[in-house]
Write a protein that binds this ligand. Structure first.
Ligand SMILES: Cc1cc2nc3c(=O)[nH]c(=O)nc-3n(C[C@H](O)[C@H](O)[C@H](O)COP(=O)(O)OP(=O)(O)OC[C@H]3O[C@@H](n4cnc5c(N)ncnc54)[C@H](O)[C@@H]3O)c2cc1C
Length: 391
């Protein structure tokens, strides 16, 4: 959506296909980080975006075993917004779509399920999709695969990914939030279990972390035991955990971390999770996808407008984005392997690793994770024009 918006804004005719009728999926995270807010500022859309309901988080803490530790302090970031805006992803996407529609070059089609790519002489020249009105064929100078972790386009293009594994899956559910509840989004780590709670105003979006493939043992212990495990971690939920009435209220989200060995083929480029599925650790996936979009638009707007897009352009985007993605995934894998897999297999109450103790103790150190989380590595800046403003 972000790339479609940026290209349409720069005068490139774009068709965006979304297989669902709306963006109301609740499992893609809510965190709009300072790097993304900076992009919105550069687009002159920040104030309007922040007029939408959201919560600001400028400090992150975690409870590891018996210790509550401050982890990151974003209030010193060199950015317009020194906070994470907790905003459901569907609000963010609808916002971008509404602004995209200001440009006649922006064509968003919902319920258009991409099923195949069209190839001619080794080059991708278009795609096929199913829509309620029948089959759709689109020919294009360039097809972008931005269809997420289970990307059909990347598999149809025959691109090969490296899978880095993940020791965990996530059980995703909601519980009513009350104004008297603790206010910060927070993580709680105990022997064999982890709980992260995202404040969505009227309710808590909860992520309960289990060992990879471990849903059946959790179910076998029963819903009461599951509710009890949640209340052990967050006792203030005791009076409403009964809202989980059956396993239908609990969704299993499978976590994966992978990266394409090559992100493109002539006529085709993957970005976002389609190029590199991100772990939920740090809540950075949306923001990296947005950064990919900005980098891709910067490189592609001009050649797409003049019909001269080349393999060199696609290669340049992969080169530019590989380092930030690889660096971030490496950090996520370190946390997965050093902390999460140990916690999930341990019977003993966890103790914070040394690094976490140090950030807990020295305020200045909390600026480092804040910078990595908030701004990421090598933040991108909008360099594409606004044809409406230029007209
Ligand atoms: C449990 C969990 C929690 C997470 N929490 C966070 C978080 O808090 N913050 C954060 O930043 N990141 C989080 N992430 C990561 C984040 O969800 C992704 O990194 C991010 O959504 C990637 O964006 P994307 O646009 O590349 O892909 P997606 O958000 O997956 O979007 C892909 C889009 O393509 C559409 N699509 C798919 N197939 C087709 C098709 N065949 N035809 C047409 N359309 C299609 C989909 O419907 C979807 O709208 C989390 C991930 C997991 C697994």
């Amino acid at each position: 959506m972000m790339l479609g918006f940026l290209l349409a804004r720069a005068g490139v005719a774009v068709v965006i296909l979304e297989k669902h009728p709306d963006f109301l999926r609740d499992f893609r995270g809510d965190t709009v980080h300072p790097s993304t807010l900076e992009v919105m500022y550069e687009l002159d859309l920040l104030d309007e975006l922040l007029a939408l309901p959201h919560r600001k988080i400028d400090k992150l803490s975690a409870q590891i075993g018996g210790e509550q530790l401050p982890m990151a302090d974003l209030s010193h970031l060199p950015a317009q917004c020194k906070f994470i805006a907790m905003m459901p992803q569907w609000d963010f996407l609808n916002f971008l779509a509404a602004h995209g529609r200001r440009y006649k070059t922006f064509d968003l089609r919902m319920r258009a399920d991409v099923t195949d790519l069209i190839e001619e002489g080794g080059r991708i020249v278009g795609l096929r999709a199913k829509t309620p009105d029948g089959d759709l064929i689109i020919h294009a100078d360039l097809v972008i695969g931005a269809d997420g972790r289970h990307s059909i386009t990347r598999s149809k293009a025959g691109l090969v990914s490296e899978n880095f594994g993940a020791p965990m899956d996530v059980l995703w559910f909601r519980v009513t939030r009350r104004d008297s509840d603790p206010s910060d989004a927070f993580g709680h780590v105990e022997a064999g279990k982890m709980l992260v709670m995202l404040d969505r105003g009227a309710y808590w979006q909860c992520a309960y972390v289990i060992p990879k493939g471990g849903i059946e043992p959790v179910k076998a212990r029963g819903l009461d035991a599951f509710r009890g495990a949640i209340v052990d971690m967050s006792p203030f939920l005791a009076d409403r955990i009964g809202e989980l009435k059956s396993w239908d209220d609990v969704k299993l989200l499978s976590v994966s971390v992978d990266r394409l060995k090559k992100w493109w083929r002539p006529g085709f480029l993957c970005i976002g999770d389609a190029a590199h599925a991100m772990s939920p650790i740090g809540g950075v996936g949306i923001n990296l996808a947005v950064q990919d979009a900005v980098a891709a638009a910067n490189q592609l707007a001009e050649p797409l407008r003049s019909g001269t897009v080349s393999d060199g352009d696609l290669r340049a985007i992969e080169r530019r984005r590989t380092f930030p993605v690889r660096f971030t995934q490496r950090l996520q894998l370190t946390i997965q392997n050093q902390l999460i897999s140990r916690v999930l297999t341990s019977q003993q109450r966890p103790k914070p690793p040394l690094l976490f103790r140090l950030t807990g103790r020295f305020a200045i150190l909390r600026r480092v994770p804040a910078r990595l989380l908030g701004m990421g590595v090598r933040p991108e800046h909008v360099r594409t024009p606004d044809i409406a403003a230029a007209a």
